[in-house]
Design a protein around this ligand. Structure first.
Ligand SMILES: [Zn+2]
Length: 288
């Protein structure tokens, strides 16, 4: 069963018995709003998407998990940023909230992205505050409302929930400008604060067992979606998973290559292990 909020998100509910596992893909959306006017060429714009990530995790509902996928593009508004992470210099007018820009905004990578990448601006001037407010209301708030509802529902029913925030990363661009990524996956738990360690270990060991190179919290630790929803003391475990795009696609054309099928099989194995893990942990809790 799928639940859709037009142009915002699709939530795929479990096919069989439900488990307290949620996957979300916040950056794979590609429905570009008609009024989203940018100066950067469309093919370049699309390189910012986490292309095909929703498809890599598409079997999650077959294993009892819920899968939530954004439909709007992350360049329009980024749900993985705090709502007030906005550079006031890019806005014309006042927003009905107090802005607290982080260094991400200063780099043009805040809630509303100003730069596609360093040196490639998205707009030729400031954005009207009304445009930003509209994107927050149309996309940001409904996405987070669905995340909150899904996690609360599972946590209330099972006493705990395990969440994987799914992304892909370019193979050649490290945020710190160092060498290209030499890993296939990066797991983030904001330095051990958003999940029990056993969940991180399970994901790392499963992927390593499938022959992948895995890093933890380096260089990606997780941002707003983990900070907001990961609360291990309350049984809410959130991790971020970044997949190296070169494993499954041509990063210029965005087309899948021969590696896609194998990777999708590996992700299916990972989802099954996570489902088993969550199922056992819930049984264990019930027996305590
Ligand atoms: Zn992403």
């Amino acid at each position: 069963m799928s639940f859709v909020i037009d142009d915002v998100l699709v939530r795929n509910d479990p096919v069989g018995p439900r488990l307290p596992v949620l996957f979300d893909s916040p950056h794979s959306g590609r429905i570009y709003p008609d009024d989203f006017r940018v100066i950067c060429p469309h093919p370049l714009l699309r390189q910012a998407e986490d292309t095909h990530v929703e498809e890599l995790f598409a079997t999650a509902p077959d294993h009892g998990a819920t899968l939530l996928c954004a439909l709007f593009p992350r360049t329009c508004i980024d749900v993985n940023r705090a709502v007030d992470d906005i550079d006031p210099a890019m806005i014309d007018g006042d927003l009905p909230l107090r802005l607290r820009p982080t260094p991400r905004s200063t780099l043009g990578m805040g809630l509303i992205r100003a730069m596609l990448r360093p040196g490639v601006p998205l707009y030729d001037g400031k954005l009207p505050a009304s445009v930003v407010a509209d994107r927050i209301d149309r996309y940001y708030r409904p996405y987070h409302a669905q995340m909150q509802m899904a996690l609360d529902g599972l946590a209330e029913r099972f006493g705990a929930v395990w969440h994987v925030n799914c992304h892909s990363m370019p193979s050649s661009l490290r945020p710190d400008g160092r060498d290209p990524l030499a890993v296939d996956f990066v797991i983030g738990d904001r330095d051990g604060t958003t999940s029990e360690p056993g969940f991180v270990r399970l994901v790392a060991e499963t992927l390593r067992g499938l022959g992948h190179r895995v890093a933890i919290n380096d260089p990606y630790k997780g941002v707003e979606l983990l900070a907001r929803y990961g609360e291990p003391a309350r049984g809410r475990h959130s991790i971020q998973l970044e997949i190296n795009r070169r494993l499954y696609m041509n990063e210029e054309t965005l087309e899948r290559h021969d590696g896609f099928a194998r990777l999708k099989g590996d992700i299916d194995t990972l989802i099954r292990r996570i489902a088993d893990y969550a199922g056992q942990r819930v049984l264990h809790r019930a027996a305590e």
